[in-house]
Design a protein around this ligand. Structure first.
Ligand SMILES: CC(C)(COP(=O)(O)OP(=O)(O)OC[C@H]1O[C@@H](n2cnc3c(N)ncnc32)[C@H](O)[C@@H]1OP(=O)(O)O)[C@@H](O)C(=O)NCCC(=O)NCCS
Ligand SMILES: CC(=O)OC[C@H](N)C(=O)O
Length: 320
């Protein structure tokens, strides 16, 4: 069993590093391999309640290999750490099977609370040297993060992300076809669509104010209307990672119903069985809760297909 895992680890290095020449060389000259072995001990101690000893082993690991893996981090099978020096993997990070990690990669947190605050890296991902991935985001199966990138938003499966901040440079063919059968968004269309959307929003705001005027008797209704607008505004900050546009522009938000201090939001997804649906619902919930006065948020993910018509309709309602 132990030897099977060792064989698997060594085989993984041969499959991912053309510079690997022999088993002896891999056994003795790959600090990334040593770091993973030591991490397994540290993780065992940590998950058996021996937190201090787990930390200590992790610290010795850092000293020996230059790789810092928090003992609480979960690392899958056949993960390859090539070169390794300077890697930092945080406590709540999850690294799936067959992931390739180069030197200087950081899987870091941004929250100051003790919650899930580090990234989840799905199977088969490549993290280029110096890539910094921050927050409780998901790097989808088979994605590639370019050397030197800083990634702060979830990355769809199969995508290649490069730069600071990370932008999608490419998708594998399967993914491209999956994005609603359409080509990637045109940036000019995106700006135009956003401007028209803002205009629609102002018109809608005006309509609501006019509507509210003859019946000022019910301040609670007015308050609910204002909250609805504020929530819709806040949801503009939620970007669908599969498409790279905000969920309001995309027409993914079907309804926002405010009752008292509670709100119910109906959402559809850009792709059926979207792996990031939980993440998206969570983001929606957080943004809505961020509106001053809102205390309860329910997000319903509707089981109906998304069409770009909603967004397109808006693009066509411009002046002229
Ligand atoms: C991102 C990466 C995986 C390449 O993926 P790919 O799907 O083959 O992408 P391409 O090479 O076709 O490049 C796509 C675009 O991203 C750009 N790009 C590639 N890597 C980049 C990087 N690290 N930073 C910024 N831009 C990058 C390319 O110039 C290209 O831009 P363009 O479309 O404007 O021409 C690769 O460049 C990389 O960074 N690998 C990490 C390897 C590493 O860290 N090695 C060090 C070992 S110690
Ligand atoms: C330095 C470097 O590119 O490392 C990547 C891999 N070990 C190789 O030799 O290709």
């Amino acid at each position: 069993m132990v030897f099977d895992r060792l064989r698997e680890d060594i085989q993984a290095i041969f499959s991912k590093d053309p510079a690997a020449r022999s088993t002896v060389e891999v056994l003795f000259c790959y600090p990334g391999l040593h770091a993973l072995w030591i991490h397994r001990r540290a993780h065992w101690l940590w998950s058996h309640g021996l937190k201090f000893w787990g930390r200590l082993v992790s610290h010795i690991n850092r000293f020996l290999t230059g790789i810092e893996i928090h003992p609480g981090a979960t690392i899958g099978r056949r993960v390859v750490i090539d070169h390794g020096m300077g890697i930092v993997i945080g406590e709540t990070a999850e690294v799936g099977d067959d992931v390739l990690i180069y030197m200087g990669v950081v899987l870091g947190g941004t929250a100051l609370e003790n919650v899930k605050r580090h990234p989840s890296i799905e199977a088969g991902v490549t993290l280029g040297s110096g890539a910094i991935v921050l927050g409780p985001i998901i790097i989808g199966k088979g994605a590639k993060v370019g050397a030197g990138s800083v990634v702060v938003r979830s990355v769809p499966p199969g995508a290649t992300v490069v730069g600071v901040p990370g932008r999608i440079a490419g998708l594998d063919r399967g993914m491209e076809e999956e994005i609603a059968g359409e080509v990637l968004p045109d940036p000019v269309l995106r700006v135009a669509s956003r401007l028209l959307e803002r205009q629609n929003q102002f018109e809608e705001r005006l309509r609501l104010i006019e509507q509210a005027q003859p019946a000022p008797a019910s301040p609670s209704v007015q308050k609910e209307l204002i909250w609805e607008l504020q929530i819709r505004d806040a949801l503009r900050e939620v970007i669908d990672p599969e498409v790279g546009l905000d969920i309001i522009d995309l027409g993914l938000v079907k309804a926002v119903r405010v009752k008292g201090t509670s709100v119910e939001i109906d959402l559809v997804l850009a792709c059926s069985g979207c792996p990031l649906s939980d993440h998206l619902s969570e983001q929606v919930k957080l943004k809505a809760l961020g509106v001053n006065g809102i205390e309860h948020v329910t997000v319903n993910v509707l089981n109906e297909p998304w069409r770009r018509d909603g967004a397109k309709k808006r693009e066509n309602t411009g002046p002229g």
